[in-house]
Design a protein around this ligand. Sequence first.
Ligand SMILES: C[S@@+](CC[C@H](N)C(=O)[O-])C[C@H]1O[C@@H](n2cnc3c(N)ncnc32)[C@H](O)[C@@H]1O
Length: 324
Amino acid sequence: MGLVWRLLLLALIPLRIFLELFWCYIWTPRDKKTRTIHPANKATNGRSPSTLPSSNGHDGQVDTTAVSPDKLKDLYDALDLWWGPTSCLQVMSRMNKVRMPIIVQTYIRDVQGRQFDPSVPKEATPLLGARICDVGCGGGYLTEALVDAGAEVVAIDANEVTLLAAKQHWTETRGLKVNGPEYHQALVQEFSQRHEGKFDIVVCSELIGNVTDSMSLIPHILKLVREGGAVVITTNNRTLFSLLFTIIWLEHVAAVVPFNFRHLYKFIRPQELHRELKKYNVEPIETIGFLPLGLTARLTWRLQWVLTSFTGLWYAQVAKKVFA
Ligand SMILES: C[S@@+](CC[C@H](N)C(=O)[O-])C[C@H]1O[C@@H](n2cnc3c(N)ncnc32)[C@H](O)[C@@H]1O
């Protein structure tokens, strides 16, 4: 990134703070388009078409012979964006360290009704038997971890190229394993019409709060959960801390997240999510905070996500669909 652009980003901080507060508290833009992470203009990390295997497209592998040359380029870029060694999105992959214990606890304690003792050494596959839907799976960071923990996972994402990258990464790293994740390109709004009540747990991580009118997605997400099943939603709280850290620091100072990518007015407070869940026969169980520690300007390997009772930055809301 050029020095001029870095200086410009720093100079724009006061204006950005003003605009974010204005949009949040005085006038909320209605017509801003939902932005999904798109791999345009990223390096291909040394991959070339010849290094991508082609197949019949079964078991999650991408049939690269059926992908147009334009999409193929996007696919390599998406692979690099999500899974490249220096990708800024790796910060989300590391979030698994806090997301996975929350999901395992939810399955054992809230869905199975068993005693959950975090001090007991963990089984290798604590989610064995769980049928989980990962809504807005992106490049598959959480999806892969869920499968590794023994769950049967269906992962959906609206973005075709992102989903191709998720499939391709699974194949490149694991081979054609029969029990890999089942990936679908779909909007949750339409997928939920066909898969009502099919899942023990529905996970929706870092989607709500990043798109316009997130609350309208809640009934669709909940529709996928079976009675007695649970939902785990992770997102950013709408606080001054979030403005300063997740927008100003990550976009303007560390500049590791694309400029103008996230907006305070889209973030959701736990109480608002809580109220929304209760409208649909879903009982909120707990709100768990988490935050990144050791974050350096370049998002180096020192970054660690930790669970905390402080919910002012990131939080997970766990809720259970009660029997009608
Ligand atoms: C920030 S990414 C989160 C990725 C993943 N959950 C993780 O935490 O690693 C959000 C993803 O949600 C997807 N998305 C946005 N709106 C969606 C919708 N209505 N239905 C399904 N996916 C959606 C986007 O394409 C994007 O890949």
